[in-house]
Design a protein around this ligand. Structure first.
Ligand code: CP
Length: 314
């Protein structure tokens, strides 16, 4: 985590990555998300912590879950939300992102939620911001911190003691920003064992996650796992087609109900979405009793409320 992500009092100023963020910061954000989840339960009108504040969504890449949940989180907390439209903005006339940010900051934007296909864009904008907070909503294969936090919250709801858990991530880990943020948060929370599984071509460099056990055989990785995080093939980030036969990929790495029996009883099935049914996960598993995929989606709102409120000192 770069130093400018914290202010002089050690408070989070921007949320760019979970790497290097201490366990206490992470637990504070998760605790705050739990409080806000309770305060807004069953459609209740919870605290309007962001009344009078303006949040700008700057999404340069497609999104369903992250964009919608940041918008709902901000609106439910009483903020004004501006969904910046790239195609009709002056970025299409060559304006730099820094100038766009400065222009919107001059209109008293308080926070920017940034998604971009290039690693480092949210960090770059955070360095440029004078007053506003920048929240990374996913950059390239680098980081997706709020996804990491909502995944941790979803696990913590069922298993508060991470030291007892075996967590397996399976799929295209090499191109996944979700995997990186999950690995950072799972490490910070003291997860007992983290397993990575997938074809060799889709594994991260060997020294990137030294504490993890790497498996090429999915049944071996599944054995005794308490949590399974399935990842899609991120073809948009592959320079070449690294998996040509999806049926063969599903046969080796797809999570089926038969395979799931190798995992611990009642193991949690997770997926950050978007899902490709029949490629990394069978439809009946995605919709089955062990799936918490829609809980992950629901938890995205209080996690993003907590992140916005904390960064804005509310
Ligand atoms: N999990 C996730 O980032 O989904 P979206 O791309 O739909 O935001």
């Amino acid at each position: 985590m770069s130093e400018h992500a914290l202010d002089s009092n050690g408070r989070l100023r921007h949320l760019i990555t979970l790497e290097g963020l201490g366990r206490q910061h992470i637990e504070d954000l998760l605790d705050r998300a739990c409080e806000l989840r309770l305060a807004f339960a069953d459609g209740a009108c919870g605290p309007q912590l962001l009344r009078g504040r303006t949040i700008v969504n700057l999404f340069f890449e497609a999104s369903t879950r992250t964009r919608s949940s940041f918008e709902l989180a901000a609106r439910r907390l009483g903020a004004t939300v501006l969904n910046f439209e790239m195609s009709s903005s002056s970025t299409s006339k060559g304006e730099t992102l820094e100038d766009t940010l400065a222009t919107l900051e001059a209109m008293q934007a308080d926070a920017f939620v940034v998604r971009h296909r290039e690693n480092g864009t949210p960090e770059r904008l955070a360095r440029h911001a004078k007053r506003a907070a920048v929240l990374n909503a996913g950059d390239g294969n680098h980081a997706h911190p709020t996804q990491g936090l909502l995944d941790a919250l979803t696990i913590r709801d069922r298993h508060p003691d991470f030291s007892r858990l075996k967590v397996t991530l399976c799929g295209d880990i090499r191109h996944s920003r979700v995997a990186r943020s999950d690995l950072h948060v799972l490490g910070a929370l003291g997860t007992g064992e983290i397993r990575l599984c997938g074809p060799a071509a889709l594994m991260p460099p060997v020294d990137e996650f030294p504490g993890c056990r790497v498996f090429e055989d999915f049944d071996d990785a599944l054995s005794g796992s308490d949590v399974l995080i399935m990842l899609r093939l991120q073809r948009e980030r592959m320079a070449e087609a690294l998996v040509s036969d999806e049926a063969e990929y599903f046969r080796r790495f797809g999570l089926t109900s038969e395979r799931l029996r190798h995992a611990a009883p009642e193991a949690l099935v997770m997926h950050p979405g978007p899902m490709n049914r029949g490629i990394e996960i069978a439809a009946d598993v995605a919709d089955g009793p062990q799936s918490v995929i829609l809980e992950q989606v629901s938890n995205g709102i209080p996690v993003r409320m907590a992140a916005l409120a904390s960064l804005l000192g509310a």
